[in-house]
Write a protein of this length. Sequence first.
Length: 250
Amino acid sequence: MKLNFTLKTPVLFAFLLFAFGKMGAQNPVVINEIMASNQTYITDENGENEDWIELYNTSNTEVSLSGWVLSDNPDNLTKWDFPTNTSIPAFGYIIIWADEDSSQGPLHANFKLSAAGEQLLLINNTGNTVQDISFGQQEADKGYARSPNGTGSFTIKNPTFKADNDTGVSAADEQKEANALVIFPNPASDGEVVLRSESTANQQVVIYDQLGRQQLQTSFYKQTTLDLSDFTAGIYWVKTENSIQKLVIR
């Protein structure tokens, strides 16, 4: 018995969208930036100017890289294994030094990048190639990076080591800035001080005098007003989880 099956174009399109969407959701880690000619830009933990590969996690969940592989040879997809228990945080970055010297640390690959251009592959723990990029001649101390960060096409640009390719700010710095404490007025003279933060969590606050003695401890969400009329004139330090700021009371 012969079966005739016709798949309408809209149905096929929807299926492909679903399939690729599922694939993307399963593989949120991307090669985000490389530097194949690091002459003076940055040094590794051994003080050497080595080439590097930056990976970025586009998801809001930490991803384990155990069993993942990096390779610059499509005929050898088991070239360099990520160390066991390696992970990349949500919206975070990880750097692999491409220096052909694995003895210098766990994130030093056993191959180098060619400034003349080559291929770079990222293989996940199921053996699937999730990233396959080819690049041409590179410029000294320039990055070859995605723009928009994490999703765009690659272009030669000023490097943004372990940071957003468009802003140059790391996710950690963005979070720190969002949680930054604003104190006003500062200097204060009328006994009342307002604390403000854009953090989405309660802020724990401790105020110390110049001798390090605790004067006040409290917590607040978004904004609070403190009555410091009992404080003597002088310099105080306001400490939160993310910062220490000076407060002057006149």
